[in-house]
Design a binder for this molecule. Structure first.
Ligand SMILES: Cc1cc2nc3c(=O)[nH]c(=O)nc-3n(C[C@H](O)[C@H](O)[C@H](O)COP(=O)(O)OP(=O)(O)OC[C@H]3O[C@@H](n4cnc5c(N)ncnc54)[C@H](O)[C@@H]3O)c2cc1C
Length: 407
């Protein structure tokens, strides 16, 4: 049995492991997070069209539907204007087969449960070095003893270790879109149940929503800057200070939200950056999901792209079986178009969700409110022409069912 090592057990990693196992490979997944913290928390992410279809083919449609976020109302507020309320159920009624919003941690747990029986998961460890000699890859780990694999796949996210070890430093592949994103949990003192409150101002979007699974709330800060603020994604204290500095003097509920920043142990802060690598494999090592082509956190449909690319990678490896390297080439050919299209969405979506001018602050709520009043068929029409809808509805999922070996 061919042995495949996957680094990362969030979205792309477990989807890849699931399908590789179906096709008779032996997947091992190494995940840096400890088993105790795996699948906890995380922000709301989206599964669109093709990704919804793939999770259904994995038999997970009901579980994912059950775990979806229950945010029904979106309240958009601005300085000096009455709030505009949008009924998200109306917006998604016509699209429910094409879109599910779910917390990333919930999705990760569901994917892990679906794969844990047949996959060797190793938590609390990381790849330390890789040596590809053409016939296999010798891997050393930070904790476990060295081991040899037929292939190594980096599914370890935007700041991928596999990419750094094999393709080089992240700096050369970054394309910052000029925005930043901060997210953390806090007590649900606003009594938010199924409502998300947002506040729009020029170059700033702040949101807070209730998380029914934990009883807490989650605050989201998106902002645009003219210059980069520095990119050390591990220095949490410095990042908290940057966030405070950016929102100093901001009104609305921001001072109350920031009161909980110090105590937040799940604080996430990063620049909204794309990874623009053009080749996603080198020898027997390849990248999938955000590690290979992050389209920008929160603005590029990265979760769906992670699911679709992992599914295609597994299928192409199975189809090529005796010639894994040609499987990697075929994978790259298959996903190139959707990756390139999703790269074009991020900058546009960032412009539309973080208003860039007083006019945009004025028009955004009105445009959203109009959309939900449209009949379902018209909503579908608009969806099919919108960024994500267009890109992910146009993906023709290859059918690899004939290649399944295990029941
Ligand atoms: C705040 C925020 C909001 C977002 N909102 C949305 C949204 O609304 N819609 C959407 O579709 N997407 C959204 N995204 C993007 C989405 O989360 C990613 O595109 C998606 O999770 C990518 O999945 P992945 O499996 O490729 O990588 P990731 O989910 O980043 O997972 C990488 C995994 O690798 C592990 N890892 C990292 N380094 C190592 C290592 N050295 N060794 C072993 N394991 C390692 C990590 O612990 C993690 O488990 C958002 C992202 C963020 C940060």
């Amino acid at each position: 049995m061919q042995k495949v090592l996957i680094s990362g057990a969030s979205v792309a990693g477990p989807v890849l492991a699931y399908w590789l196992r179906q096709y008779g490979f032996r997947p091992t997944v190494v995940e840096r997070t400890s088993a105790g913290r795996h699948g906890l928390g995380g922000h709301a992410v989206d599964l669109f069209a093709a990704a919804v279809e793939i999770t259904a083919r994995m038999g997970l449609a009901d579980r994912i539907h059950e775990a979806r976020t229950r945010t029904r109302w979106l309240s958009m507020e601005r300085y000096g204007k009455p709030p505009v309320d949008v009924d998200l159920d109306k917006l998604s009624a016509g699209l429910s087969d094409q879109h599910v919003e779910i917390l990333r941690g919930e999705l990760t747990s569901i994917l892990y449960d679906a794969t844990r029986a047949g996959v060797d998961y190793r938590f609390g460890d990381s790849i330390a070095s890789l040596h590809d000699d053409g016939d296999g890859v010798d891997v050393t780990f930070e904790q476990a003893p060295p081991e040899r694999f037929d292939l190594v796949i980096g599914a370890d996210g935007m700041h991928s270790t596999v990419r750094r070890l094999v393709f080089g430093p992240e700096q050369q592949f970054r394309r910052p879109l000029g925005g930043y994103l901060g997210v953390y949990s806090l007590p649900n003192s606003f009594g938010l149940d199924n409502r998300m409150l947002t506040h729009l101002s020029v170059d700033r979007l702040v949101g807070v929503y209730g998380v029914h699974q934990t009883g807490q709330a989650r605050a989201t800060f998106l902002f645009r800057t003219k210059e980069e603020l520095g990119d050390d994604h591990r220095d949490k204290e410095r990042q908290k200070q940057l966030l405070r500095d950016q929102f100093r003097g901001h009104g609305w509920k921001v001072p109350q939200l920031l009161e909980h920043l110090d105590a937040a142990d799940d604080f996430y802060f990063d620049s909204i950056t794309q990874i623009t690598l053009e080749d996603w494999h080198r020898g027997r090592v390849a990248l999938v999901g955000d590690a290979g082509f992050c389209p920008g956190p929160a603005v590029g449909g990265g979760t769906s792209l992670a699911v679709v690319s992992a599914y295609v990678l597994a299928g192409e490896l199975a189809a090529a079986r005796s010639d894994l390297l040609s499987g990697l080439r075929n994978y790259q050919r298959q996903v190139r178009d959707v990756v390139q299209q999703s790269r074009r969405i991020g900058p546009k979506l960032m412009r539309s969700i973080i208003p860039a001018s007083p006019t945009a602050v004025r028009l955004t709520p009105a445009a959203t409110a109009v959309l939900i009043r449209l009949p379902e068929r018209v909503q579908r029409f608009v969806w099919a022409r919108s960024g994500f809808g267009k890109v992910l509805s146009s993906v023709q999922l290859p059918d690899y069912r004939d290649l399944v070996r295990t029941p």
